[in-house]
Structure formats: structure tokens, C-alpha cells
Design a binder for this molecule. Structure first.
Ligand code: ADP
Ligand code: MG
Length: 471
């Protein structure tokens, strides 16, 4: 049976249900990715069937398939799993592939709502571990990890674990907020060991999967096998252990497995969105055991790191993206790296689709919804400060009588921005700039408008300042 026929097999009730789910999922994603991306990528999708927890979707072209798999499938899967808890994966086919041989799929991510871009299925490298394994994300390597102040410690610790032949700090406990690179670092460790010492056994597993397997083993009464599987590995990595806390029997098992691995000198790596002591419902002895190793936290990103990540991603995408656009994104999207990537991907997808170059203007349009969420009111003082810093003049020059072009022009820009971004009247603005007349402000606004027409790089400067101030 080919995939195209699959849809006709269901009863009409099931189809209705399927349509309703798809409608809900696509509307949610539409709200997240914006109208342009929706039209480009989601609209052409057809849901063929849902069976065995797997959603089968077809799209018209290979390019589309690849792009969707790279950028949207994980999120689709998560959203879908929320509509229908039975959904575990989403597969995307090219419409003309009758037998769909090169279907590419992603497994459902953890119930962690914000998780995306990660393959949460159990992953093991060694063939012997195939039973508990799935693919590691190809992109999550040390080479692709951009190091900055906020993550340098966690990175160094992860590298150390990956490069050492014996257990280093046991366990290595990586913790940090959502989307800051915990899963990336764990996969990177696995990749590295796989390449350098393939004979070593590495198991990467989401905590959820660990629990699931353990509960299944309990039911099937073969907990001995279960324990052996884990106890014979060289490196065991369990992602998002916050999901284990509070589940007594799993915790117990985790603790025993953990202890015996440590006693055998095996390396354990754990990640969590909280520090060991902040994990709720975790037993005291487990907490103290976790604290015995090395606890490395990944801090929130800073501007430099965000910019570095964007530059690296842009390079990987092989896209020429104006530095100003990258700087703008690094200023604006501060929540986490996943959102930052998402923003960049949307901008790139849009540019490719409409066949236009990426500009600051287009970026603002495409990310309209994302950016609006960050908007807030600005004061004239903030504007003056930002503009002065940008043009490298003193703040006092905003009020001074100096008329040299090098200070007069920035002052005009600041007046212009004050008019655009605040509700102040011309006389009020004039007063804030050393008691100038309202006609001076009017003249400044006109002048800046003229210059924006004539000089694109000036226009972009003004635009960049405006957007930075709006963030
Ligand atoms: P977490 O597991 O902490 O929630 P992930 O490891 O899934 O976060 O990271 C989210 C996304 O951000 C991934 O696509 C990952 O590749 C990317 N990312 C995070 N930190 C970095 C970094 N320092 N350099 C490059 N990419 C990063
Ligand atoms: Mg993760």
C-alpha cells in the first residue's frame, strides 16, 4: 500500500479527527512562525494518515521536504503530541514517492514544551546498543558549538569527558534553562567518543525514555536485563532528569544504576533545567550523590555569544546575511538559542522563497510577531544615550550648542528617533535637547528623512538604532 492510498483507509470519523488535529496543530505553528512561513511551508502539506502513533505528511518537492524536516518537523511533532498524546513521530514524504523510501522522520520530543530541534529518543552509538538507540542529531557536535562566557565552563567539562578514557567527574551534571545547549553538548560528547574510540559504549537517553523503559521492564518482569544493559556501558547520559524527580520507583532504579556505574568507574552525564538541589521531589541521598560530581551550569546567553552563534549558523546555511541583520537579531532575540535559530531560519526561508536579499526591513516584517512581543516604551534619555554611544560622541553633546557636523548629525538622529518613538511634542523634544526651539526639531526630522532617502547605509544605521531602542 502506498502512502497516498493510506488516507482512504480510515473511517470518516477518524479522518475528521485527523483533519481537526491538523487544523489545530497548523494553526498553532502558524501563530509561531508567522504568515509568510506558514504559506510557504505548512500550507502545501497534506496529512496522509495517522497510524501507530505516526503522522504521515506529504509535500510536493524534495526541497520542501528537506527544509521542513530541518526546521519544522520537531515542533510539529511536539504540537501534535499535545493534541493527541499517542503521536510519537511525524514523517514527511515527497508526494511522488510512491513507496516513500526516503522518508525522513523525527521522533516526538520530550514533554518539555519548549524543547525543539532535539531528538529525544534513546540513542546509543554502539551496535550492541541498537535496542535502546536512535539517531543523534548530526548538527550537535563540538565543532558546531559556539563557545562564549556563559557556556565556556560547561563546554570545557563536556570536552574533557569526551576526550578522557576514564571517568572524570562523576557525574557531570549540566544544568541551564531551556534552549541553551544542554542536549547539544551531550550529543557532542557521544559523537566525539563514537569517532575517537568507537569501541566504547555510549548511551544517550532522555529521562522520560529511561523511565518508560524501566516501567516496561517492570511489567515484563525483566528488570535484571534492564539493569545489565545500563550497567555495562562506558558512558551513560540522561537528558532532562527533572522528569525523573518525584517518580519513586524510577528514582530508586536510577539511583541503583547510577551507584553501580559510578562504582565501576563509568562516566555519567546528566542534564537538567534545575540544579541538583532545586530538583523537586528528589531524594536527599540522590541529591548529594549528584552534587559529588561536577555541576556545570550554562548561563543565559549574552550579546556576543548570540552574535557568534548567528554568524556560525549563517555560515552553515551558506547565506550572505548583512552583519546589521545579525546584530539586530542578536539584540532582539534574547530568550534562548533555540528562538534565535528559529528567527534566523524564518528570515532565511522567507528570503529564499520570495527571491529577495535579506535586509533589515524584511527581517522586521518577517519576525513582526516575535519582535512585537519584545516592544516597550522608550524615553528620550535612552534614545540620546544609545545614539551618542552609536556615533561615539558624548552624552553632553546632545544638549550642547556645538554645531560641528560630527555632533550635530547624531543629535538630529536622536531628535528624529524621539519624534518617531515617543509621544512627545516637538517643543517638548526641543527642551530635552538643551532647550532648542521646536523648529529645530522639525528641521532635524526633515533632514534625517532626506538623508535616509539619499544614503542607504545612513538609513540602515537609523533603522538599526530604532530597532535596538524598541527592544
Ligand atoms: P537545551 O537542551 O538546553 O534545551 P539544545 O541543546 O536543544 O538546548 O539547544 C537548542 C538549540 O540551540 C539547538 O539547535 C542547538 O544546536 C542550539 N545551540 C545552543 N547553544 C548553542 C551554541 N553555543 N552554539 C551553537 N548552537 C547552539
Ligand atoms: Mg534538551
Amino acid at each position: 500500500m502506498n502512502k497516498d492510498d493510506a488516507a482512504t483507509d480510515g473511517t470518516s470519523a477518524a479522518e475528521n479527527n485527523q483533519d481537526a488535529q491538523w487544523k489545530a496543530v497548523s494553526n498553532l505553528l502558524r501563530a509561531e512562525i508567522g504568515e509568510a512561513a506558514y504559506q510557504s511551508w505548512l500550507k502545501p502539506m497534506t496529512v496522509r494518515s495517522i497510524s501507530d502513533g505516526q503522522v504521515n505528511i506529504s509535500v510536493p518537492t524534495r526541497f520542501m521536504r528537506d527544509w521542513i524536516v530541518a526546521h519544522y518537523v520537531d515542533r510539529l511533532c511536539q504540537l501534535w503530541a499535545k493534541q493527541n498524546s499517542e503521536i510519537k513521530s511525524v514523517d514527511v514524504y515527497i508526494k511522488s514517492d510512491r513507496a516513500a523510501p526516503q522518508a525522513v522522520s523525527r521522533k516526538s520530543a520530550d514533554s518539555d514544551a519548549a524543547a525543539g530541534g532535539e531528538v529525544s529518543a534513546a540513542v546509543a552509538i554502539n551496535k550492541a546498543r541498537a535496542e535502546i538507540s536512535g539517531p543523534l542529531d548530526q548538527r550537535f557536535t563540538f565543532e558546531n558549538f559556539v563557545v562564549g562566557k556563559p557556556n565556556e565552563f560547561a563546554y570545557a567539562a563536556a570536552r574533557r569527558v569526551a576526550e578522557a578514557s576514564t571517568a572524570q567527574f562523576n557525574p557531570l551534571f549540566l544544568y541551564g534553562g531551556v534552549g541553551l545547549g544542554k542536549t547539544h553538548l551531550m550529543h557532542a560528547i557521544a559523537w566525539h567518543i563514537h569517532k575517537s574510540t568507537p569501541e566504547r559504549t555510549v548511551i544517550y537517553l532522555s529521562a522520560e525514555k529511561f523511565m518508560y523503559r524501566f516501567i516496561r521492564a517492570l511489567r515484563e518482569k525483566n528488570t535484571v536485563d534492564f539493569k545489565d544493559q545500563f550497567r555495562s556501558v562506558d558512558v551513560l547520559m540522561i537528558d532532562d532528569v527533572q522528569f525523573i524527580s518525584g517518580k519513586d520507583s524510577t528514582q530508586e532504579e536510577f539511583f541503583h544504576t547510577f551507584n553501580s556505574l559510578v562504582d565501576l568507574g563509568r562516566q555519567i552525564v546528566i542534564s537538567s533545567d534545575k540544579s541538583p538541589s532545586d530538583l523537586e521531589g528528589l531524594e536527599e541521598r540522590l541529591i548529594s550523590r549528584l552534587n559529588c560530581g561536577l555541576v556545570a551550569d550554562i548561563h543565559a546567553t549574552n550579546y556576543e555569544l548570540r552574535l557568534g552563534i548567528l554568524q556560525s549558523k549563517a555560515e552553515h546555511l551558506g547565506m550572505k546575511i548583512p552583519p546589521k541583520v545579525l546584530e539586530f537579531l542578536a539584540h532582539k532575540i534574547t530568550a534562548n538559542v533555540r528562538e534565535l535559530e528559529g528567527g534566523l531560519n524564518r528570515v532565511v526561508a522567507h528570503a529564499q522563497l520570495v527571491g529577495r536579499e535579506i535586509s533589515l526591513e524584511a527581517t522586521q516584517d518577517v519576525l513582526h510577531d516575535l519582535l512585537r512581543a519584545n516592544d516597550r516604551r522608550v524615553t528620550i534619555e535612552e534614545i540620546q544615550k544609545r545614539v551618542a554611544a552609536h556615533f561615539n560622541i558624548r552624552m553632553s553633546d546632545m544638549h550642547s550648542a556645538r554645531r560641528a557636523r560630527s555632533v550635530a548629525r547624531p543629535r538630529q538622529v536622536a531628535m528624529y528617533l524621539a519624534k518617531q518613538l515617543t509621544a512627545r511634542s516637538l517643543p517638548e523634544i526641543g527642551r530635552k535637547f538643551g532647550g532648542r526651539d521646536h523648529t529645530t526639531v522639525m528641521h532635524a526630522v526633515k533632514k534625517v528623512d532626506e538623508l535616509r532617502e539619499l544614503d542607504t547605509s545612513f538609513a540602515e544605521d537609523v533603522e538599526l538604532l530604532r530597532r535596538m531602542l524598541e527592544s
